[in-house]
Write a protein that binds this ligand. Structure first.
Ligand SMILES: *Cc1c(COP(=O)(O)O)cnc(C)c1O
Length: 482
């Protein structure tokens, strides 16, 4: 069976079809859409049962083989075995369970956490980014090409990208961060890396200024192609595919037979993580419910309740204590709406033309919205006070510290779960990453994994620049890989 990818916005009579490695290094499709498989590969109950005894790496190989048909099997297997090792995912609370990569922790029967934050930067983004690092290095070497990755971070994506790309041949990373606006721990995570293919640029400005510079550089087509500028943002299909793996792994860990259903609660921002859950369900994984949790920035909760998708302006976007969910629009959401709208690219073009004009759309009263229940979503939101009380509740009742994002997920999981169906909340970061709010909630500092203790005292490498496109371009010009 061949696997080809199409764009959500390609409404031409003969849509262009691409292979996995063709879309791997690109970001958006040329028409501005997002890539998706032409049709979702299927998972059968028999196949799921056969996979029950596989290691994470071998399960990853089996699953990715359904999405990738242009990397030889032995190479893909080597890549997954190199990526998912207990030495990389050893930062969890129980180092003896590191071999499980994403262990399930039951708090009580039917209520658990899926640990996704045991990787090098203590956030779930490592799960996909680590694979991306190996896939990029492999694909570039095959083609004899190089890549300069440019990105902007407010805290979690930057470290995950840098730890995934450090030391990789043919790749340099230029990561912009807002000068003086990240925690000492987040700064240390990135700036203490001494690898000479990693360049940290602290921009005198806010995250949005950094993001605008990335957009300006990427829109300069001549500069972009001269320096082979690439991205690792969450719309990259390979990141979504890599995230499908842990939904399957968790399902197999939580069930004994492949006719049982379970639910997942997902702290959401750009809709990347929960999009992978949606894809897993479309493939046939028996997911009975996908519970989407937002914080004060509730664009997505609003859509699932009302059918109205109304991205916010920057002035309407709040800075919260679960900052990785502080988004104004959810870039991966287009993939879900494509499926909801019967995979009609003309509909997506029309809806997103409105969004790109700064508008919104309303699907209530359309047949699409009437179909929404079939997709098994539920949603809710969680505010600062909810985070504090949830962190306290989980600590007092189960003796476990959770981070602010996971707390948002857990709060909404308790609210929206259906009785009788086990629910796993995705642990998207370890509490050590967001100490301040954990201390506010329970008056205690979370434990830090050994590898991270005292990193604030390590020497740091960072270039401080004005929030100026030209200054950043000059810096890239001087340091880009040829
Ligand atoms: C990125 C991130 C999220 C949001 O994930 P999306 O895939 O953007 O929905 C949630 N929690 C943490 C800790 C994150 O780093």
């Amino acid at each position: 069976m061949t696997m080809r990818y199409i764009s959500t916005r390609d409404a031409s009579s003969k849509p262009s079809k691409k292979t996995f490695t063709e879309i791997l290094l690109g970001g958006l499709a040329p028409d501005g859409g997002l890539y998706l498989p032409e049709s979702y590969p299927r998972l059968s109950p028999d196949e799921l049962n056969r996979w029950r005894s596989l290691s994470y790496a071998d399960l990853a190989f089996e699953l990715l083989s359904k999405f990738i048909d242009d990397i030889p099997a032995e190479d893909l297997r080597a890549l997954t075995r190199k990526t998912y090792t207990s030495a990389v995912y050893c930062n969890g609370r129980d180092p003896d369970r590191a071999a499980e990569i994403t262990p399930v922790r039951w708090l009580e029967p039917g209520l658990g956490l899926l640990e996704l934050s045991n990787g090098p930067t203590l956030a779930f983004k490592d799960m996909a980014m680590q694979l991306l690092g190996h896939l990029f290095e492999y694909a570039l070497a095959k083609r004899g090409e190089t890549l300069n990755i440019l990105g902007a971070t407010s805290g979690d994506t930057g470290p995950a990208a840098e730890y995934a790309m450090r030391g990789k041949r043919g790749i340099r990373v230029f990561m912009l961060s807002p000068y003086g606006r990240m925690s000492a721990f987040q700064r240390a995570q990135m700036y203490s890396l001494q690898d000479n293919n990693i360049f940290n640029i602290a921009v005198r400005g806010m995250f949005d200024d950094a993001q605008d510079i990335v957009k300006a550089v990427s829109n300069d087509c001549a500069f972009k192609s001269r320096h082979r500028i690439g991205a690792v943002n969450s719309i990259n299909w390979a990141r979504v595919a890599a995230q499908v793996i842990y939904y399957v792994k968790a399902y197999l860990a939580a069930t004994r037979s492949s006719d049982e259903q379970i639910a997942f609660a997902v702290p959401s921002g750009n809709f990347g993580n929960i999009c992978a859950g949606h894809v897993a369900r479309m493939m046939g994984l028996p997911i009975g419910q996908l519970i989407l949790a937002t914080n004060e920035n509730d664009v997505l909760d609003e859509f699932f309740r009302t059918g109205i998708y109304r991205p916010r302006g920057t002035s309407e976007t709040f800075t919260t204590s679960s900052p990785s969910m502080d988004i104004s629009k959810a870039s991966n959401f287009e993939r879900f709406v494509f499926d909801l709208a019967g995979r009609d690219p003309a509909v997506i073009c029309r809806l997103w033309a409105e969004i790109n004009r700064g508008g919104s759309f309303d699907l209530s009263g359309t047949p699409y919205f009437a179909r929404l229940p079939r997709f098994a979503f539920a949603s809710g939101r969680s505010l600062h006070a909810d985070r504090l009380s949830t962190i306290r509740h989980v600590y007092e009742k189960y003796g476990l510290m959770i981070d602010t994002h996971t707390a948002d997920g857990f709060k909404v999981a308790l609210e929206r779960r259906t009785p009788e169906m086990p629910v796993l909340t995705l642990e998207t970061a370890l509490p050590a990453k967001f100490e301040e709010t954990v201390v506010e909630a329970i008056g205690k500092l979370p434990e830090r994994p050994r590898a991270m203790r005292g990193i604030e005292r390590l020497p740091q490498r960072v270039e401080v620049l004005d929030a100026d496109v030209q200054a950043v371009k000059c810096f890239i010009e001087r340091h880009a890989v040829d």
